[in-house]
Design a protein around this ligand. Structure first.
Ligand SMILES: Cc1ncc(COP(=O)(O)O)c(C=O)c1O
Length: 387
């Protein structure tokens, strides 16, 4: 089928791939965007006579294939796979790579749901995990065990915006015979391409910047090499947590504008960071674009810009909660990466599941997902909430 054909090798510009990869005109009608193939099964021309390789939509569906080809191309991988959510993608990856007795290193400030997956699902299955500060390369090296199968990286992290050096951690992982997995949700492939830096698998909650419009839940895995991609594809089908056709279509549509959105998210975030660093009610601003951020130099090397996520600490938990409840344009809500700006209190919202664990986040922390609205309106709203 035409839409399965990857882009011509000459075409490598990010926006071109985002708009065209996996998305040749529909062979049946010439439709310039892939149709939503809302179908579960396919007519066979005789037993085993499949048209375009499709037999049942858990195994493959043309709309999902278009997204999967596009994901692989924009991350620079051999194989892309689309799932029903970021956590479904993570679960499939852990089941495909790990067996009881194995060990995984996770960030000591991992996304709360990722932590919960390891603590409450993988650990009871027999896969041990250790949280480590991934911005400290030597601490990661010291945490490696003979049974370590994965070093799991988020960079920037959710919600503390710590930075890990992907290239250095890839060397440690490979010396140990482990895989380097990078959750690239916060940066997106427009700002950071982990596979180019030595990672083996990229994970996404496509719910966030990839979808970009707060209207779809989805996840993705992109494997650097074909053999690992096959293994992950087997688990995608065997476990069945696939993206449905409409969700795949929405995500594909979001990806077309990823580049211009990320530029604007980053530019708006920089304006907001500048205001927050001068505001007397704000104790500290966490943003990798700030020269004083401990991960700034690494971020500047591996990211094209510093993204739309900004966290800051107030003087107390009460003040943090108060700011979250006083904004009018920044909507109080979980999730991130949409065109509209969001504000949240990680300790009581997205990261509540990490309470009482080593991954508990500070109560005075506020997290912003800076949208692409007019920056002046965003600044005005935050100032009135802080004053
Ligand atoms: C960094 C990160 N990874 C993974 C996930 C999980 O993705 P989903 O909510 O799509 O299952 C999230 C969700 O917030 C996230 O922020």
């Amino acid at each position: 089928m035409d839409s399965l054909v990857p882009m011509d090798n000459e075409v490598q510009g990010f926006e071109t791939l985002a708009i065209h990869a996996g998305q040749a005109a529909d062979p049946a009608t010439g439709a310039v965007v892939p149709p939503i193939y809302q179908v579960s099964t396919y007519k066979q021309d005789g037993i085993g006579g499949l048209r375009g390789g499709y037999e049942y939509s858990r195994s493959a569906n043309p709309t999902r294939t278009a997204l999967e080809v596009c994901l692989a191309e924009i991350e620079g991988g051999a194989r892309g796979l689309a799932f029903a959510s970021g956590l479904a993608a993570e679960d499939a990856l852990v089941r495909a790579v790990c067996r009881p007795g194995d060990h995984v290193i996770i960030p000591d400030d991992a996304y709360g749901g990722t932590y919960r997956l390891f603590a409450k699902v993988a650990a009871p299955w027999g896969v041990a995990y250790d949280p480590a500060p991934l911005s400290d390369v030597e601490a990661v090296r010291a945490a490696v065990r003979p049974e370590t199968k994965i070093i799991w990286v988020e960079t920037p992290t959710n919600p503390l915006l710590n930075i890990a050096d992907i290239r250095a951690l890839a060397v440690i992982a490979h010396d140990a015979g482990a895989l380097l997995v990078v959750d690239n949700t916060f940066a997106s492939p427009y700002l950071q391409r982990p596979l180019d830096l030595g990672a083996d698998v990229v994970v996404h909650s496509t719910t966030k910047y990839m979808g970009g419009h707060s209207d779809v839940i989805g996840g993705a895995l992109i494997a650097a090499d074909e053999a690992l991609g096959e293994q992950l594809a087997f688990h995608q089908n065997a476990m069945g947590g696939v993206a449905g056709p409409f969700d795949a279509w929405l995500t594909l549509r979001g990806i077309k504008t990823l580049g211009i959105r990320m530029d604007r998210h980053s530019a708006n975030a920089e304006r907001i960071v500048e205001m927050l660093t001068r505001h007397p009610a704000v104790r500290t601003v966490l943003y990798p674009g700030l020269p004083e951020h401990p991960g700034h130099d690494v971020a500047a090397k591996q990211m094209k810009a510093f993204g739309g996520m900004v966290s800051f600490r107030m003087e107390s938990e009460d003040e943090a909660v108060r700011v979250c409840e006083r904004t009018k344009l920044f909507t109080l809500g979980e999730s991130l990466g949409g065109v509209e700006s969001l504000i949240e209190h990680p300790g009581r919202m997205t990261h509540a599941s990490a309470a009482g664990s080593p991954l508990e986040v500070p109560g005075d922390l506020v997290r912003l997902s800076v949208g692409i609205e007019d920056a002046a309106d965003l600044l005005r709203d935050l100032r009135q909430a802080l004053d």
